[in-house]
Design a protein around this ligand. Structure first.
Ligand code: SAM
Ligand code: SF4
Length: 360
C-alpha cells in the first residue's frame, strides 16, 4: 500500500482531537518517507502494546501507578492499520514493548500480522516472566526475529527488591534458555545499572554473558522513573562500567559499527563467547544517529523518549480518516523530532510520562 500524500488533514470532531503536529514543509510531505527537521530519516518504530506491567521496577514504575482505561488503548485492527501506514512511510524495523508487551491479549495475532509484512526486523523487549516454549516457538515461526530480556540483578533477594515482583532470577534465566531452544539468535539482556543498587554486579554480568553466550547490554539510568528520584549521581557512566569489567575480563571494542545502533559493543579479548554492550544516553548521547519514533499504547506519537510534545494519531484512526491522511499526519509528527534529549543541560526537564508509559 502506498498512500498518496495529501497536504490537508480532515476536519475532526473537536471533542475527539488530541494534540496535532504543525504542518511539515512541502518537501517533507512529498518525500514519501519520514524525515525530521534535522536531516534524519526515520526508519524504526518502538510500538508500545500496553502501559501495564506485572513488575514495579524501582527505576520505572511505582506501586500506586494508575493505568489507562482499556477503551483508550489501541485495538488490534488499529495497530495493524498503523503498521501498514508506517510500512508505506519507509519504516523498516519494529520493536514491540510497553509496559510489559506479553500482557497484551492479542499479541499472537499482532506478531502474526506484522510477521506477514516485509519488515527487516521485528523484535520484542520483555521482562521474561510470562513466557512458555510453545508461545516462543509460534512467535518465531510467525515472524518475531529477536528477543531482549530485562534483568537487572543476578541475586535473588535483590531481584525481589528491584522488581517488586515474585519472578525470580532463575525464572528469567529459564525464559532466556527457552528462547534459545525456540531458535532465537543470541538473546540480549538489558541491565539498568544504578549506583547504590546494583553497581557492584557489573563484572558478574560480564561473567554471565560469557557463561551463557549472551549479549548483555548495560543501560545508564535515565530520568524517566515514575517517582522522579533520578539524579546524575545515581548514574553509573559507561566508562566506569567498562573499567569494572576490564579489571576481570579484558575487552576489545567491536570494529563493525551498526548504523543507528544505540549501543557500543565489545567482545572478550580471550575469545570467550558472549558480548557486552553499553547504552549510554546520559554520558555519550547518540541522538545524532537516532532514526526512531515511539508510539504509545493509546496512540500518541512521541518523536523522542524525552519529548514534551506528543501527537495524537488515535483520533485519525477512529474517525474514518483515510490511510493517506494518517500518513500525512505522521509525516508532520516526525518532522517535529527534537535534535537531542538535552539531559545535562541547564534547561532539561523530565517529561511527564515514564518509560513504561512511553514504551522503552
Ligand atoms: N517490560 C519490558 C521490559 O522491562 O523489558 C519492556 C518495557 S521496559 C520500559 C523497556 C526497557 O526500558 C527495559 O529494559 C527497562 O529496563 C528500561 N528502563 C525502564 N526505565 C528505565 C530508566 N529509568 N532508565 C533506563 N532504562 C529504563
Ligand atoms: Fe515493567 Fe519493564 Fe518497567 Fe520493569 S522496566 S516495571 S518490567 S515496564
Amino acid at each position: 500500500m502506498q498512500p498518496a500524500m495529501s497536504t490537508a488533514l480532515p476536519v475532526l470532531r473537536p471533542d475527539l482531537v488530541g494534540p496535532q503536529a504543525p504542518p511539515a514543509p512541502d518537501h517533507a510531505r512529498q518525500a514519501g518517507h519520514l524525515l525530521d527537521s534535522h536531516g534524519r530519516r526515520i526508519q524504526d518504530v518502538r510500538l508500545s502494546l500496553t502501559d501495564r506491567c506485572n513488575f514495579r521496577c524501582v527505576y520505572c514504575m511505582e506501586p500506586g501507578d494508575r493505568f489507562l482505561p482499556k477503551m483508550e488503548l489501541l485495538d488490534l485492527n488499529e495497530y495493524i492499520r498503523l503498521v501498514d501506514v508506517l510500512r508505506a512511510l519507509g519504516i523498516r524495523t519494529i520493536r514491540l514493548t510497553g509496559g510489559e508487551p506479553t500482557l497484551y491479549p492479542q499479541l499472537d495475532q499482532l506478531i502474526d500480522a506484522i510477521g506477514r509484512r516485509d519488515f527487516d526486523d521485528l523484535a520484542m523487549t520483555t521482562n521474561g516472566s510470562l513466557l512458555d516454549l510453545d508461545q516462543l516457538e509460534s512467535w518465531r515461526r510467525n515472524g518475531l526475529r529477536r528477543l531482549t530480556f530485562s534483568l537487572d540483578t543476578l541475586r535473588e533477594k535483590r531481584m525481589a527488591s528491584i522488581t517488586r515482583s515474585r519472578t525470580s532470577v532463575a525464572d528469567v534465566i529459564h525464559a532466556i534458555n527457552l528462547a534459545k531452544v525456540a531458535g532465537y539468535p543470541r538473546p540480549k539482556v538489558n541491565a539498568v545499572i544504578i549506583r547504590g543498587i546494583n553497581d557492584d554486579e557489573v563484572a558478574d554480568f560480564a561473567q554471565f554473558a560469557r557463561d551463557e553466550d549472551l549479549d548483555v547490554r548495560f543501560i545508564e539510568f535515565m530520568p524517566l522513573d515514575s517517582n522522579r528520584a533520578w539524579n546524575r549521581s545515581h548514574v553509573v557512566d559507561a566508562d566506569e562500567m567498562i573499567a569494572a569489567i576490564q579489571q576481570r575480563f579484558p575487552l576489545q571494542p567491536e570494529t563493525e559499527i551498526t548504523p543507528h545502533s544505540t549501543s557500543m559493543n565489545w567482545t572478550f579479548a580471550d575469545g570467550a563467547p558472549g558480548r557486552i554492550g553499553m547504552i549510554a544516553p546520559v554520558s555519550r548521547p547518540f541522538c545524532g544517529a537516532c532514526n526512531r519514533l515511539r508510539i504509545t499504547a493509546e496512540g500518541r506519537v512521541r518523536p523522542c523518549l524525552f519529548s514534551h510534545d506528543e501527537w495524537d494519531i488515535r483520533t485519525l484512526l477512529r474517525n474514518n480518516s483515510s490511510d493517506a491522511d494518517v500518513a500525512a499526519a505522521i509525516v508532520d509528527m516526525a518532522w517535529t523530532k527534537q535534535a537531542g534529549h538535552g539531559i545535562g543541560k541547564a534547561d532539561f526537564s523530565q517529561p511527564a510520562r515514564t518509560m513504561s508509559a512511553i514504551g522503552g
